[in-house]
Design a protein around this ligand. Sequence first.
Ligand code: NAD
Length: 493
Amino acid sequence: MQSLSHWINNQAYQADETCLDDLNPADGTLLARVPVAGLGTVNQAVAAAVQAQKAWAAQPVHKRAQIMFNFRGLISAHHDELVELISLDNGKTLADAKGELQRGLEVVEYACGAPELLKGEHSRRVSGDIDSWSEFHSLGVVLGITPFNFPAMVPLWMIPMALICGNAFVLKPSEKVPMVANRLAELLAEAGLPAGVFSVVHGNRNTAELLIDHLDIQAVSFVGSTAAAKAIYQRAAAGGKRVQALGGAKNHAVIMPDADLDNAASTLIGAAYGGSGQRCMAISVAVCVEDGTADRLIQHLLPRLDELKVAGSQQQEADMGPLIDEMAVQRVGRALDEAHGQGAALIRDGRQSPLLPERGCFVGPSLVDHVQPRMSCYQQEIFGPVLSVVRVNSLDEALTLANQHEYGNGACIFTESGAAASEFTSQMQAGMVGVNVPLPVPMAFHSFGGWKQSLFGDLLVYGPDGVRFYTKRKTITQRWLKSTGHSTAFGQL
Ligand code: NAD
């Protein structure tokens, strides 16, 4: 068991504060005590960031990029250790943790291109002798507040982008998975990041609010539940700050009658149950066009689902680890009870999966058929290993259903028809859309974010939008009059 510290000025920082328990979701043992920062620690971290930021922004951009290259090398050198830490604290399998770290690393790699990304734009001769150009300037001190389900990847969506743009970054990680943040902080310091430029402030909602309200915080990046995203968007915007707040999801997969069901079922198993369904891009609804498609899909899913091994995340053979905590187990249980009570068919109830470990927050994979849009298990984000099957009669009906849902993060279609795929990609109201790809997570050189209640703000995270979010633009218009060969009026005096 560790007593975690905050991280300020490239060193551990402790204060006399209350602490929370960070429990291992796989067995309930105490992993760490997490301090809950109050105003004193918040002020220390932000003051250190303000102090360091100007010199950091003044460094040549290729020097900042060089530190990102070093950071990239250090993440690779400590790959296995980081993967184990992610898996230990969050509960996800080692394979999942590996995937998470890889996606985070890709953003670090993208940020290594800082000199190219921050080159600005130039227009020569916009009029007469006038040239005009736009420059990217840093914002100052920016804040990131991150969720439990990706302890490394989501912070890495933000940190490299904010830093290469010349900002200082304060991270408030999820209190449920606080350990990885400190390790990333140590690696950034080892990479050569100057003291004060990156801080970790641990704590809960109250800590997050103290940080959001701090007058020296210029921008807030948030990833988490929709209720918090909305509240943070309103709070930070009311304080005149720039905000990107990514919220929850209910991602639909539309299965057409002509789909390759073998492929659809194989990939849906990973998309619905990977990470125990605790992914913002998890597919939680399979919308089957025609009853026969639903029946056949379920027949393809069941043998695969029954083979899934639910076990302690660090066991190599585990396909699914535990949920994050007991509250999550209760929430999934309630969703299944309500589904049953409202008339859906529980084809598999994950609470009764055979061979569930006795200790820890384990729920096996659940499959619910004949789900109707009025049911709470359809309307709410369950955020657990539950796939709901909804039956419709046409692609139009599937699109209307998915588009009426309050969330619009990701969506996909399984089909062999180009016309259906084209109709789906053009009509689907979601930020990330896949064709025969159930988890259409954009690469680091695009940007990630949803529509509707899945994103509050204008700019997405990482990629080109990340550069835009973490910079303000200055456009300069310049004219130098040509020399006439005559001496100046001043010279004639
Ligand atoms: P959460 O909203 O409970 O907490 C996220 C972070 O916000 C934590 O650090 C927490 O301390 C802080 N927080 C919580 N409420 C707050 C408030 N009112 N004001 C300020 N800070 C607050 O989310 P979680 O349970 O950690 O994560 C799961 C949720 O995150 C799911 O809804 C999932 O869909 C969503 N998520 C979304 C994306 C995306 O890209 N859209 C990615 C990952 C997770």
